[in-house]
Design a protein around this ligand. Structure first.
Ligand SMILES: [Zn+2]
Length: 342
């Protein structure tokens, strides 16, 4: 049974020790705000802490045993002292009703005699009314409660809510530590693949792992081949946009943005170690050499705009067409200039 307890992530060690020291001296705050980019395992940390707090016999580091009766309830997802608040449907908000229900939960006496724990994730999805309702709960904590708010965007929570929580900042591990962890968890992952995946995931190892499982590197290779063919006039930008749109290339903007940034770095003779897509550097270099630097900057701005437009109700195929036509145009003059004169 104990194998069901996830091992701690190496980059959590310091935060974990700090929180456990406070727990041992009975100084845990009523509310914690867990902040950091996506893919650092903040929710996993919150779950491990909740698990640790209900366990009857945690080990010396504070980790849950996984075998005692409260641990079994926890692992079955039915420990009565734990409440999880998440959007009821994907993409939806956390409603005021969900937050109001916490008052009843908090008012009940603790089943195990210890903490009552609430995990809200992602906290930034609370509506303004929900956040205000939560503020009341945070201002008047009942008994031994621990509220954990997990967020990638703490700035979108009201300052009044933030100021009632003790903040835990999850830092991105060093490149070496992140790559070592990733290689341990991926079969046949080269050091170069690990470095590329981490760069694309803003250094967050769990996100990098997810990207690899979603076939990110293969998708990016296809996307780059298309960009090259459009630049060389071998593919029609409208047809490529249609294909990308049909394939539901959700990551398209992320890759394009990352690649165009590398092309700009290459334009300014950046060292290879500064590139995010080092594995495809020769292709990016070939494209960068054909492009005009000003046009490339303008195109980079257009890509950023399109990236922001990805969440608004616009015709995404048309946005892709627009960006790809702009991409093709910047190479037209270069192609015509290099054509041999008859
Ligand atoms: Zn236990």
């Amino acid at each position: 049974m104990s194998q069901a307890v996830d091992p701690p992530l190496p980059w959590h060690a310091e935060l974990w020790q700090r929180v456990q020291a406070r727990r041992r001296s009975d100084q845990l705050p009523h509310a914690l705000l867990l902040c950091g980019v996506a893919g650092l395992g903040k929710l996993r940390f919150a779950n491990a802490l909740a698990h640790s707090l209900v366990c009857a016999q945690p080990d010396a580091q504070g980790s849950a045993c996984g075998t005692c009766s409260p641990c079994r309830l926890f692992l079955a997802g039915s420990h009565p002292d734990i409440s999880r608040v998440l959007p009821e449907d994907e993409g939806k908000s956390i409603s005021i009703e969900q937050i109001r229900a916490l008052r009843e939960f908090n008012a009940l006496s603790s089943y195990g005699g210890g903490h009552k724990i609430v995990v809200i994730e992602p906290a930034e999805r609370m509506t303004m009314a929900a956040a205000n309702a939560l503020l009341k709960t945070l201002e008047e904590p009942v008994g031994k409660t621990l509220m954990m708010l997990v967020t990638t965007r703490p700035g979108s929570l009201p300052a009044t809510v933030r100021s009632r929580c003790q903040r835990l900042d999850f830092a991105v591990p060093t490149r070496t530590a992140g790559a070592a962890w990733l290689q341990q968890h991926l079969e046949a992952c080269t050091a170069q693949d690990a470095a590329t995946l981490l760069a694309l995931a803003q250094g967050a190892p769990l996100r990098a792992l997810q990207l690899q499982q979603d076939g990110a590197l293969e998708q990016r290779a296809k996307l780059l081949a298309d960009l090259r063919d459009v630049a060389l006039g071998k593919s029609d930008p409208v047809a490529v946009a249609e294909r990308w749109h049909k394939a539901g290339m959700k990551q398209a903007w992320l890759w394009i943005s990352s690649c165009v940034n590398d092309m700009l770095r290459l334009k300014f003779d950046a060292a290879p170690s500064l590139l995010n897509n080092i594995d495809v550097a020769p292709l990016l270099d070939e494209l960068a050499r054909k492009a005009d630097v000003q046009a490339l900057f303008r195109w980079s701005d257009r890509v950023k705009q399109a990236q922001q437009e990805a969440d608004v109700p616009l015709n995404q195929q048309m946005v892709l067409e627009d960006v790809l036509i702009a991409w093709e145009r910047q190479f037209v003059t270069v192609r015509e200039a290099s054509r041999p004169t008859p």
